[in-house]
Design a protein around this ligand. Structure first.
Ligand code: ATP
Ligand code: MG
Length: 573
C-alpha cells in the first residue's frame, strides 16, 4: 500500500486533498527540477462516452485531479469521442454528473476530441506532405497479415510508396466521401520491421459513415485513438498524460506523433496499473451486456460497480476517494479485495449514520403483563459515535415486533436471544422473558411469542443486577411503518469473474444477489426519510433511501453494506 492521507468533504469551500506519494509524483518531481514543462503540471481525465463510469475510472479521476491539485496544476475533462458508433450523449451527461459528484471540478476546461477533428485532419495532411503517411487500400485482413508477428518482421504495403500528391488527393477524397467505408485507410509510414507491432505503419484514419454525437454527419473519416490522443493532449498543453498499462507499448507511437509533427507541447505518457476488484467485472463491454440483457436493472443498479450504482447503493464520494487513496498507484496489475471498498464506507458511516431500529423479518411479541393501551417513549442516542447527533424518542407498547431469528424455540447452547423461559433485553427498553408461544395449528408456524416484562428494568438494566446477555432490537407494532428493504450480495459468485476464457462470465452471476423484503417494520420516524439519508439499522447494517423507487412518505431502503467488516479482520491479523 502506498503512503497516503486523505482529507476533504464534498463541501465546496473545503479543498479536497489527496496526497499521493508514488512513482508518478516522483516523475513530476524530476520534471520540476529540470523545468521540463516550466514547472507546471496539467493532466486530463479522458473518458470515452461509450458507457457509465465505474470504480476503476474513479481511480483514474482521483489520480488525475489529485496529482494536478497537489502540484498546483490543472486537470481537464476531455471526452475521447473518436468512435461515433458507440458513443452517446446520455453517457456524456452521466460522466459529467459522476465526476462532479466525486468532488472534482474541471472549471471551464471541458473538451471533446471531436473539437479537434479539423486540426487532426490538418496534421494528417502535414504528415502526408512530409512523406510520413500514405493512403493504403489493403483490406483489414491483409493489413493484419502484412503486419507480421512478434517473431517475424512485417511486409511493406504495395501502396506504401505512393507520391505525396497522390496521397494528398486520395486523402482529401476520403474526406469528401468518394470511397466506401473500409475501402481505404491512412497509415503512418514508420517501420514495418520494428520490434514493436504498433510501429508497423499503424492506421491513423479510417472511413466510417456514422453519425457522430457532436459533429453529426460532417465527417465520414475518423482518426484512430493512438493518433488523436497525443495530439489532443498536446493541443490542451497536457504535461503528464496518465493512462493504464495496456498503453505502454503504444508510447513509442504516442511520442512519434508528437515528435514527427514537432508540436509545441510534447506531453509525456505515463502508465499505471488499472484497478481490478474482486467479485466484479470492470470492462465496459461486459457492464453494457449486463444492462442490455437485463441481468441488472440499469447502469445504476446498486449491484453494479458503476459510480451511479455505488451512489444509489449508499456509497459517498468521501468513501470512494478514501478507497482510491488507500489502494495507491502502482506499475503492476493486481486485484483489490472488495472488502476494502466496503471497509471504507463502513468507517465513514460508523461516524455519520443515524442509528435506528428496523425489523426485516417480523415476529410478533405480546407482553402479557404490560398495560393495554399504554405507550412509553424511550430516549435513545442517534449515534453513540457522535455526541452532537442528539437523541430521539422511540415509542414502546404491549405488542412489538422482533426479528424471527431472534427467537428460537429449541435454542442451541450459548443462544443468548429470546427462547422459552429465557430473558433478553429489548434495546433501551425492558428485559422480557418468554412465557409461551402461539402456533398455527396446521403448519406449526410460530405466530406469536408471549412474554412478561420486568417493570423494574426500565432502560434495560435489571434491578437486582442479574445478568442478561442478549440485547435485541424491536419496534412497537402500533407505531411501526411498513417499508420495503432490498438486500444485496455480490453480483458474481466467482472472485475473479470473466478471467477464465473457458467460462462465460454470465454463468458466474450470483442468482441471489438481490433479496427484496416487503413489509419490514420500522421506527415511525423513518416514514420521512429522504433520498440521501443514511442509517445504521441496529445489528443489520448500513442502509440508504433508494433514489429511484422511493416516494415521499414511502421510502424504500437499500442495504449499502452489512456490519461485519471482513477487511478489518484481515488487516488486524
Ligand atoms: P474502453 O475499453 O472503452 O476504452 P476504458 O475502461 O479504457 O474502456 P475509457 O473511457 O477509455 O474506458 O477510460 C477513461 C480513463 O479511465 C482512461 O484513462 C483509462 O485508462 C482509465 N481507466 C479505465 N478503466 C480503469 C481501471 N479499471 N482502473 C484505472 N483506470 C481506468
Ligand atoms: Mg480506453
Amino acid at each position: 500500500m502506498e503512503e497516503h492521507n486523505t482529507k476533504g468533504l464534498g463541501n465546496n469551500d473545503e479543498e479536497i486533498e489527496v496526497r499521493y506519494s508514488n512513482f508518478i509524483q516522483d516523475i513530476i518531481n524530476d520534471d520540476m527540477q529540470t523545468q521540463k514543462y516550466g514547472g507546471s503540471v496539467h493532466t486530463r481525465f479522458p473518458p470515452e462516452p461509450n458507457g457509465y463510469l465505474h470504480i476503476g475510472h474513479a481511480k483514474s479521476i482521483c489520480l488525475n485531479f489529485g496529482i494536478a491539485a497537489q502540484n498546483k496544476g490543472l486537470c481537464n475533462l476531455r471526452f475521447d469521442d473518436t468512435n461515433p458508433t458507440k458513443e452517446e450523449d446520455e453517457y456524456v451527461e452521466s460522466i459529467k454528473t459522476d465526476v462532479k459528484w466525486l468532488g472534482f471540478d474541471w472549471e471551464d476546461r471541458l473538451y471533446y476530441a471531436s473539437d479537434y477533428f479539423e486540426y487532426l485532419y490538418q496534421c494528417a495532411v502535414k504528415l502526408i506532405e512530409m512523406g510520413k503517411a500514405y493512403v493504403c487500400e489493403l483490406s483489414a485482413d491483409q493489413i493484419r497479415e502484412y503486419r507480421g508477428t512478434l517473431k517475424e518482421p512485417g511486409k511493406e504495403s504495395p501502396y506504401r510508396n505512393r507520391t505525396v500528391e497522390e496521397n494528398l488527393d486520395l486523402f482529401k477524397r476520403m474526406r469528401d466521401g468518394e470511397f466506401e467505408d473500409g475501402s481505404k485507410v491512412l497509415r503512418a509510414k514508420i517501420d514495418m520491421t520494428s520490434p514493436n507491432l504498433n510501429m508497423r505503419d499503424p492506421v491513423i484514419y479510417r472511413i466510417m459513415r456514422a453519425t457522430h454525437h457532436k459533429t453529426g454527419d460532417k465527417w465520414c473519416i475518423y482518426p484512430m485513438y493512438d493518433y488523436a490522443h497525443p495530439l489532443s493532449d498536446s493541443k490542451e498543453g497536457i504535461t503528464h498524460s496518465i493512462c493504464t498499462l495496456e498503453f505502454e507499448d503504444h508510447r513509442p507511437l504516442y511520442n512519434w506523433v508528437l515528435e514527427t509533427l514537432d508540436v509545441e507541447c510534447k506531453s509525456s505518457q505515463i502508465e499505471f496499473a488499472r484497478l481490478n476488484l474482486s467479485y466484479t467485472v470492470m470492462s465496459k463491454r461486459k457492464l453494457l451486456q449486463l444492462v442490455k440483457e437485463g441481468h441488472v436493472r440499469d447502469w445504476d443498479d446498486p449491484r453494479m460497480p458503476t459510480i451511479s450504482g455505488l451512489r444509489r447503493r449508499g456509497y459517498t464520494p468521501e468513501s470512494i476517494r478514501d478507497f482510491c487513496a488507500r489502494i495507491g498507484v502502482a506499475k503492476s496489475n493486481s486485484v483489490v479485495d472488495l472488502a476494502l471498498l466496503e471497509h471504507c464506507i463502513r468507517e465513514e458511516l460508523n461516524l455519520k449514520a443515524t442509528r435506528v431500529m428496523a425489523v426485516l423479518r417480523p415476529l410478533k411479541v405480546v407482553i402479557d403483563n404490560y398495560e393495554d393501551g399504554l405507550v412509553e417513549e424511550f430516549e435513545v442516542p442517534n449515534n453513540p459515535e457522535d455526541p452532537e447527533a442528539g437523541t430521539r424518542k422511540v415509542p414502546f407498547s404491549k405488542v412489538i415486533y422482533i426479528e424471527q431469528d431472534d427467537f428460537c424455540e429449541n435454542p442451541p447452547k450459548k443462544y443468548f436471544r429470546l427462547a422459552p423461559g429465557q430473558e433478553v433485553r429489548l434495546k433501551s427498553a425492558y428485559i422480557v422473558k418468554c412465557e409461551n408461544v402461539v402456533k398455527d395449528e396446521k403448519t406449526g408456524e410460530i405466530l406469536e411469542v408471549h412474554c412478561s416484562y420486568d417493570p423494574g428494568s426500565r432502560g434495560g438494566s435489571a434491578p437486582d443486577g442479574r445478568k442478561v446477555k442478549g440485547t435485541i432490537h424491536w419496534v412497537s407494532a402500533d407505531h411501526a411503518i411498513d417499508a420495503e428493504v432490498r438486500l444485496y450480495d455480490n453480483l458474481f459468485n466467482d472472485p475473479n469473474p470473466g478471467t477464465d476464457e473457458n467460462i462465460d462470465f454470465l454463468d458466474q452471476i450470483n442468482p441471489n444477489s438481490l433479496e427484496v423484503l416487503q413489509n419490514c417494520k420500522m421506527e415511525p420516524d423513518l416514514k420521512n426519510a429522504k433520498v440521501g439519508d443514511k442509517f445504521q439499522f441496529l445489528r443489520l447494517g448500513y442502509f440508504c433511501v433508494d433514489s429511484e423507487d422511493s416516494k415521499p412518505g414511502a421510502p424504500i431502503f437499500n442495504r449499502t453494506v452489512s456490519l461485519k467488516d471482513s477487511w478489518a479482520k484481515i488487516s488486524n491479523k
